[in-house]
Write a protein of this length. Structure first.
Length: 133
């Protein structure tokens, strides 16, 4: 089991600074791919954790990154990785390729709370394939 494609960034829509919390969604689907050539398809899981707060030099963005998993909001954290659901790709030329489930009920989002400053913020994520039940 290995990563076959890991994009270098999740890009979110620009939003105005506001006095209320505003949600920003990805500008395009995050095309992370995992290849599973084992005979035990599905015996692994994909986890992710956020390594640091969103920063632009010395400014911090008051924001919460999460994955909406149907009705469950899975908030990214430094301390505890979250499990992200995957689904097999429909690409017939590449057997055993899995991608992150992304649709109207399953998506990445960023809630930006009041108090931020204009800037281009970034953070680091750590993706892990856990090859255990």
């Amino acid at each position: 089991v290995k990563f076959s494609n890991v994009p270098d960034r999740l890009l979110f829509s620009s939003i105005p600074i506001a006095g209320t919390t505003i949600q920003s969604k990805l500008t395009q689907a995050f095309n992370l791919l995992v290849e599973d050539t084992t005979e035990k398809v599905g015996s692994w899981k994909l986890t992710v954790r956020q390594m640091d707060d969103f920063k632009d030099n010395d400014k911090r963005l008051p924001a919460t990154l999460y994955y909406q998993n149907k009705e469950t909001k899975q908030v990214f954290s430094k301390d505890q990785p979250i499990t992200i659901p995957v689904t097999e790709t429909e690409d017939e030329s590449s057997d055993h390729q899995y991608m992150i489930l992304q649709n109207t009920e399953n998506y990445f989002a960023l809630d930006v709370q009041p108090g931020g400053y204009v800037g281009e913020y970034s953070s680091e994520l750590e993706w892990t394939i856990v090859n255990a039940p």
